[in-house]
Ligand binder design. Structure first.
Ligand SMILES: [Zn+2]
Ligand SMILES: [Zn+2]
Length: 76
């Protein structure tokens, strides 16, 4: 079961990045290595769907998780 959830997740992350054309939500940098970030954590009932994923470059992703960036979600 957990196996299936995590593969759904990987699929959604990949789809989310493709939807954003691999462009970072904050700095607009485009890189295939950009990350898929879950807006609502999976552990807080965030869904494994592309609605819940934004693309962040590694620097912005790190800054976000360090509390240095705030996401003002316009996507919902
Ligand atoms: Zn993240
Ligand atoms: Zn960025």
């Amino acid at each position: 079961m957990s196996q299936k959830r995590s593969s759904d997740h990987q699929k959604a992350q990949k789809e989310g990045k493709e939807l954003d054309a691999y462009m970072c939500f904050f700095c607009n940098k485009v890189d295939q290595k950009n990350h898929g970030h879950h807006i609502i954590l999976f552990s807080e009932n965030g869904s494994a769907s592309t609605d819940n994923i934004i693309t962040l470059c590694p620097e912005c992703h790190r800054a976000y998780h360090a509390g240095r960036l705030k996401i003002d979600i316009g996507r919902f």
